[in-house]
Design a protein around this ligand. Structure first.
Ligand SMILES: Cc1cc2nc3c(=O)[nH]c(=O)nc-3n(C[C@H](O)[C@H](O)[C@H](O)COP(=O)(O)OP(=O)(O)OC[C@H]3O[C@@H](n4cnc5c(N)ncnc54)[C@H](O)[C@@H]3O)c2cc1C
Length: 297
């Protein structure tokens, strides 16, 4: 299919882009990497009157490190984030998750901001950036506001972004050095969208007990789902077989996935439990390795 007709506008800078958004409001649609929007236009799932192409806004293409934060410009390509050596070192969770997003070709074009605003509930970047306590920086002609990703994602492919706002940056606090991490995903083929994916971050104390546990699952709700009860269950405990069984059961009982062509609700619930256990086990091992403490799993 072909898209319905639209006006095309390519601003040269942020000011022009914000003025265009203020003028067109919900009739306008931002075009970044086009990896999600263009298929939606072709299928006429989206039919904006005006396309505002932000690819000329070079000021939104950056990775900056400052005062305990990594600042990711919205136009940063996913592949740039994936290959950056400092990101790989300080944010191994992102380094582990990024290769799961589509294909090298889609990551070469797809932007960090586009993935976050598109807000597919199975998407790797929204899940991991939320796990990392990321913050969305939203800019309009009226000014700027910051929204923690915990409250930015509202429901399936819907965010708190206003029609006149542009996501200009995602900023992420730089984690403590002794953090364990894991990203695990189940998809039918490599490069496919996830059925279920899980991000886990945690630390361990000198007795091997878990602290600061962060566990989120994607693909079982309209948004990346923080598993607060599971985090509570794990906190203060050492990883082992009985805790694993308890966690699997708790996670499966805490999610309400919808059935689709890829699997029944029951199947996804089971997957969520299994994948959460794999993620915690991996993160726990890594936290222990980083502390240099022997690990009994
Ligand atoms: C074959 C294929 C496989 C894929 N597999 C995966 C996968 O496994 N996992 C995954 O997560 N994604 C996958 N994707 C999607 C890909 O990650 C996209 O890059 C991403 O979803 C959107 O980023 P984009 O820059 O292409 O945004 P676009 O497609 O240009 O835009 C997406 C949406 O975000 C809005 N938008 C974009 N940037 C901004 C901004 N700065 N401010 C406000 N609004 C903005 C647009 O208006 C649009 O609504 C796949 C895509 C393809 C084609």
């Amino acid at each position: 299919m072909k898209p319905s007709s639209f006006d095309y506008y390519r601003p040269d800078n942020l000011e022009e882009a914000l003025a265009a958004l203020a003028e067109h409001g919900s009739d306008g649609k931002v075009l970044a990497g086009g990896q999600s929007l263009v298929p939606m236009l072709n299928m006429r799932l989206s039919a904006p009157a005006c396309l505002i192409d932000i690819n000329g806004l070079t000021e939104l293409n950056y990775l900056r490190w400052s005062e305990g934060w990594l600042h990711i410009g919205a136009l940063t390509r996913q592949r740039v984030l994936e290959l950056d050596p400092h990101v790989r070192q300080r944010f191994p969770l992102l380094a582990e998750a990024l290769p799961w997003i589509g294909h090298v070709q889609t990551r070469n074009r797809g932007t960090v901001g586009g993935s976050v605003v598109h807000a597919d509930p199975t998407a790797e970047l929204p899940l991991c950036l939320q796990a990392l306590a990321g913050v969305a920086v939203l800019t309009s002609a009226q000014g700027q506001r910051e929204v923690p990703l915990d409250s930015f994602f509202l429901t399936y492919m819907t965010t708190d972004l206003g029609p006149d706002e542009l996501l200009t940056e995602v900023k992420v606090p730089i984690p403590a050095t002794h953090q364990g991490w894991a990203f695990v995903e189940f998809s039918q083929r490599r490069g496919d969208f996830a059925l279920v994916d899980v991000a886990c971050l945690l630390q361990t104390d000198h007795h091997g007990r878990m602290t600061d546990v962060r566990l989120l699952v994607g693909g079982v709700d309209g948004v990346p789902l923080p598993l607060a009860e599971a985090e509570q269950l794990l906190t203060g405990e050492c990883w082992g077989a009985s805790l694993q069984a308890e966690l699997q059961q708790l996670v499966a009982a805490s999610v309400e996935p919808e059935a689709d062509v890829h699997g029944s609700a029951e199947y996804k619930r089971h997957l969520a439990g299994v994948m959460a256990c794999r993620a915690v086990q991996q993160a726990y091992r890594r936290a222990q390795d980083r502390r240099g403490v022997a690990c009994n799993t």
